[in-house]
Design a protein around this ligand. Structure first.
Ligand code: UDX
Length: 437
């Protein structure tokens, strides 16, 4: 199928490349011409395992091209909207400026039978509003909402082999046609048995935000248990293992630590709260404010543990921060707990030296005041305390005996509960986990 993808950020670049990998003819469009120039050369503008490979193979096969001119969307039958919906400055609501601009700029290039497909995460009610806008433009195009559930670090695989497909479509014939068009696009996944849920706009929009709200709640639940474990001497990791054996609960997303971050979970639960309040149902999701508060308290807890390890003497104390990205296998530092902890410690007067396999450049762009090094060895050297904040294998596999020879004081705060306390203590370290004795 001929496809256009409007927006070539984390979502759009992966979607455009993956759709081309599946055999479709794709044009990726973005207003940022420097991004388009790099993508056209097969260079990914962010770190995502597997992206460069699908990008290069699709470009070489002639199935993928990029453009900064929205007019190049003309001729495609299906147009994916994959622009960002960040948190609005000064409010919890999602900023829909980019979604609105993408759809509005596309209107003159739509033809009868075209399908505009929203992928961006939006507040419920947005699709109905945009469908109205498209209908009044008179092109004869229609709209579907097809939320994306990809995880950074696994984005290409999640796009090519999704665990479910959700189509929010209009009623009647237009909905049937939209469903058929989407089924053709996702034919490979559907043949492989991927379940498809065909529903209305509001449900499709809500599936996405409620999935992220549920995941955030699960993480904050276990982090709340970590807080209780800290005052009772219990071990939250054993607690998670034990409750996780119950199939109804499950062990995934029950890792207590410094909490969640990134470009999705934090802003999505806030936008959901804001939208529910607009709808007069603020109380229905008021618990998400607590989920957010628990999450942010965990960052503070890590900072407090460092302060206490240094007996309050932060000035001129060297603190090695292992991790900057919000999770491993990503260079994304948006709302990263790791970067937040590093910046807070710097603000308290510590001499922070931070390292990360992929996140340094993005972190430096936001916080040039921190000291960065690509070398774990350099980060550890002469440190008075070490904080592991993002569980990259490069950090979780550090040999505690070797690391002991580099630091000034062997104290490690394991803010992801991923190290083996027995091995680290045996190597002479003071090991401090979150919610662990
Ligand atoms: C998330 C959703 O998983 C995905 O479906 C959606 O499309 C976008 O948002 P992503 O932001 O890539 O994906 O990250 P995810 O893997 O969900 O992790 C989110 C955060 O939670 C990370 O900071 C991670 O470190 C943290 N986390 C995850 C925990 O603290 N504990 C856990 O047990 C799991």
């Amino acid at each position: 199928m001929k496809i256009s993808v409007i927006g070539c950020g984390y979502l759009g670049a992966v979607h455009a490349s993956s759709m081309a990998e599946l055999g479709h003819e794709v044009v990726g469009i973005d207003v940022d011409s420097s991004k388009i120039a790099l993508l056209s050369e097969g260079k990914a503008t962010f770190f995502e395992p597997g992206l460069t490979e699908v990008l290069s193979s699709a470009l070489a096969g002639g199935r993928l091209r990029f453009s900064s001119d929205i007019a190049d969307a003309a001729g495609a039958e299906v147009h994916f909207i994959a622009v960002g919906t960040p948190q609005t400055i000064g409010s919890y609501a999602a900023d829909l400026t980019y979604v609105d601009a993408a759809v509005t700029s596309l209107l003159p290039y739509l033809s009868a039978g075209d399908l505009v497909v929203g992928k961006s995460t939006v507040p419920v009610g947005t699709a109905a509003r945009l469908a109205e806008l498209i209908a009044t433009s008179g092109s004869g195009a229609s709209l579907a909402w097809n939320p994306e559930f990809l995880r950074e670090g696994f984005a290409v695989n999640d796009t090519i082999h999704p665990d479910r497909l959700v189509y929010g479509v209009p009623a009647g014939e237009a909905g049937e046609r939209a469903t058929a068009q989407l089924n053709e696009i996702y034919a490979t996944a559907i043949e492989a048995g991927t379940p498809v849920v065909v529903t209305d706009y509001a449900t499709a929009e809500l599936v996405k935000v409620s999935a992220n709200a549920f995941l955030a709640t699960k993480i904050s639940f276990i982090n709340a248990m970590a807080e209780i474990a800290e005052v009772t001497g219990a071990d939250v990791t054993q607690l998670a293992d034990a409750i996780g054996f119950d199939d109804r609960i499950g062990r995934r997303f029950l890792n207590a630590g410094v909490g969640f971050g990134g470009g999705c979970l934090p802003k999505d639960i806030r936008a959901f709260t804001a939208r529910a309040e607009e709808l007069g149902r603020g109380e229905s999701v008021a618990f998400l404010k607590e989920v957010d508060a628990i999450n942010l308290r965990r960052r503070q807890r890590v900072v407090d543990l460092v302060v206490s390890a240094l007996d309050g003497q932060l000035y001129n104390s060297r603190v090695a921060v292992l991790g900057l990205s919000f999770k491993p296998h990503s260079d994304d530092v948006r709302d990263s707990p790791a970067l937040d902890v590093a910046v807070q410690l710097y603000g308290l007067g510590a001499s922070v030296v931070a390292t990360d396999p992929q996140g340094i450049e993005n972190a430096r762009g936001r916080h040039p005041q921190l000291e960065y090094t690509a070398s774990v060895e350099d980060a550890l050297r002469d440190a008075s305390v070490v904080v592991l904040v993002t569980e990259w294998p490069e950090f979780t596999e550090i040999d505690p005996v070797w690391a002991r020879t580099l630091v000034k004081t062997p104290t490690i705060i394991d803010a992801r509960n991923t190290l083996d306390p027995v091995a680290w203590r045996a190597a002479g370290w003071t090991y401090v986990g979150l919610g662990r004795p």
